[in-house]
Design a protein. Structure first.
Length: 87
């Protein structure tokens, strides 16, 4: 019988969103999980996922601010870069 995992409280804690990130996901505070959800919604809406390499996100002007000026980041690097904009 498997135990039901309880949600990680740190992951659910509302965090302050930087101005650069707020331009993409909206004003905070919001939990990291909601930030990531909003980020993917934005990426899909603006068709920023590379069609050939789905792991890569092509930054528009707003995302470039969040990604530290990078034009393309992979989805794992994206989460690392986004965490710099949460406090």
């Amino acid at each position: 019988m498997s135990k039901k995992r309880k949600p990680n409280a740190a992951f659910m804690k509302p965090m302050k969103v930087s101005d650069e990130l707020a331009a993409v996901v909206g004003k905070g505070p919001m939990p990291r999980s909601e930030v990531v959800k909003a980020l993917w919604k934005y990426i899909k809406k603006h068709d920023l996922q590379d069609p050939k390499a789905k792991r890569n996100i092509r930054a528009d002007e707003n995302l470039k601010e969040v990604f530290g000026g990078k034009k393309v980041v992979d989805m794992f690097e994206m989460t690392k870069l986004v965490s710099k904009h949460l406090s």
